[in-house]
Design a protein around this ligand. Structure first.
Ligand code: NAD
Length: 465
């Protein structure tokens, strides 16, 4: 397998390459091109050049091109999904759903518009227009390389921007492949794909010809992006880390609810920004819920994502694998491990799903973002106290309330400090629902009209009437 950058419509090779590891085997999967600083500058220059014509192309034609990208993704879904599983680790079924989700975002964003608005203001004729910004830098993490890319690239292109796209260093291949596949669907330079080390992200962020950075990744890197963007006052959208609390009230049935909570916590092996990362369970049903969750964890099939029947693949990379193992080791002295805690035999960054009960705040597992297959189950007695504890976090991405009485759940949900609060579900997203973090989980929004608007500059035309 050979991979190239995409710059100005050309597939470009690099002097340096780096190994991409299959996390299920720890073997080298392929060599990835490492873009130099000059190649990054070339990509930005190509995007800047393409912007003049693309931004003037009627939106209907831009949408046609974006729909063509969607079709290409769909038609190559099998190849992209296999590559995604091999570089990311997730089971092939999940990878296929991610690829189809990316195709869906490219297609369905084309149904959205930000029409010109007229403002009622006496003695004036005032119009509000949404203008494209220019070159957008799209920076993507390793947990959902394709679907998170689509949430940025599709709206940026539709609104008339051009893009320099940078995947994460450990999962660049499916994005590079996508660049190769779609290069004929868009005019040269409208989308450019560069891959390499983290330095590319920092360079892109500080580049004077980039007008906006749309970033998804950790809170620590998000702060660096904000700093890097400051010197040129770039627009930024930051989708960052989370430590989502789920609060389970005393009236739910543990047997019926546990599988939904398990899915909310362990989907994508816990490597999901809006995964349940702290589970607060009422004392009355605490023991029963812990038992149900432990049974589900013990029954989960862990293995290579390409093998049939695999539910949970490996951790995506070695450093995250080692970090999660360390958190689990510490948690053993802080709570009681009731599932997991056995080594995986064979190669690969595998961790069995782990449930830790009788643990509380003041530990890395509860206070930090574990981003892996280990869930702390925390006991509480007073729902108000549970909400206060859920809110006592610098993060505010998502949260959920689980309760048989909708009114009671709604009242609690309104008091949780998070960008999204779900009731009796977790991590449910749709194109028409805006998504963004509160507190240190982000700035701005993706999806929906709010997400589209993030790729535009408001222009007011104010005429004497
Ligand atoms: P990361 O912050 O390490 O890397 C994210 C991206 O930023 C990568 O492409 C990386 O190369 C790039 N990068 C690294 N240093 C940079 C710099 N100085 N300037 C600009 N870019 C730089 O994150 P990760 O470990 O790849 O992903 C996991 C994190 O992402 C978790 O914290 C998770 O919660 C978060 N995440 C958030 C969302 C969301 O929508 N809120 C979604 C998925 C993941």
């Amino acid at each position: 397998m050979a991979f190239s950058l995409l710059i100005g419509g050309q597939l470009v090779s690099t002097r340096e390459t780096m190994d991409v590891i299959n996390p299920a085997t720890e073997q080298v999967l392929a060599k990835c091109p490492v873009a130099s600083r000059t190649q990054l500058d070339d990509a930005v220059a190509a995007a800047k050049h393409a912007f003049a014509a693309w931004s003037e192309t009627p939106i209907g034609r831009r949408k046609d091109a974006v729909r063509a990208v969607s079709d290409i993704i769909k038609n190559n879904a099998a190849e992209l999904a296999r590559l995604l599983t091999q570089e990311q680790g997730k089971p092939l079924g999940d990878a296929t759903r991610e690829v189809m989700g990316a195709a869906m975002f490219f297609r369905n964003f084309t149904n959205m518009e930000l029409p010109t608005r007229n403002v009622n203001s006496e003695g004036r004729k005032v119009e509000l227009h949404r203008r494209p910004l220019g070159v957008v830098g799209a920076i993507v993490p390793w947990n959902f390389p394709l679907v998170l890319m689509a949430m940025k690239v599709a709206p940026a292109l539709i609104m008339g921007n051009t893009v320099v796209l940078k995947p994460a260093p450990s999962t660049p291949l499916s994005t590079l492949k996508l660049g190769e596949l779609i290069r004929g669907a868009l005019p040269p330079g409208v989308i450019n794909v560069i891959a390499g080390t983290n330095d590319l992200g920092a360079w892109l962020t500080a580049h004077p010809d980039v007008r906006k950075i749309s970033f998804t990744g950790s809170t620590a890197t998000g702060a660096k992006v904000m700093q890097g963007a400051a010197s040129t006052l770039k627009r930024i959208t930051l989708e960052l880390g989370g430590n989502d609390a789920a609060i389970v009230l005393d009236d739910v049935d543990p047997k019926e609810t546990a599988p939904k909570l398990f899915q909310g916590a362990f989907a994508n092996n816990g490597q999901i920004c809006i995964g349940i990362k702290r589970l607060y369970v009422h004392d009355k049903i605490y023991d029963a819920m812990c038992d149900e969750l432990a049974n589900l964890a013990k029954g989960a099939v862990v293995g290579d994502g390409l093998a049939q029947g695999t539910q949970l693949g490996p951790m995506q990379n070695k450093s995250q694998y080692e970090r999660v193992l360390k958190i689990i080791a510490e948690a053993k002295g802080q709570g009681k491990v009731i599932a997991g805690d056995r080594p995986f035999t064979g190669p690969g960054y595998f961790i069995y799903p782990t449930i830790v009960r009788d643990i509380a705040e003041g530990t890395e597992l509860v206070d930090g973002e574990q981003f892996g297959p280990v869930l702390p189950v925390i006991r509480y007695t007073d729902p108000d106290d549970a909400v206060a504890r859920a809110n006592a976090s610098p993060y505010g991405l998502g949260a959920s309330i689980w309760c048989a009485e909708p009114d009671r759940a709604y009242e609690l949900a309104r008091r949780v400090e998070a960008g999204t609060v779900w009731v009796n579900k977790h991590a449910d997203m749709a194109l028409e629902i805006p998504f963004g973090g509160a507190k240190q989980s982000g700035i701005g929004a993706e999806l929906a009209e709010e997400g589209l608007a993030e790729f535009t500059q408001l222009q007011v035309i104010n005429m004497a009437s």
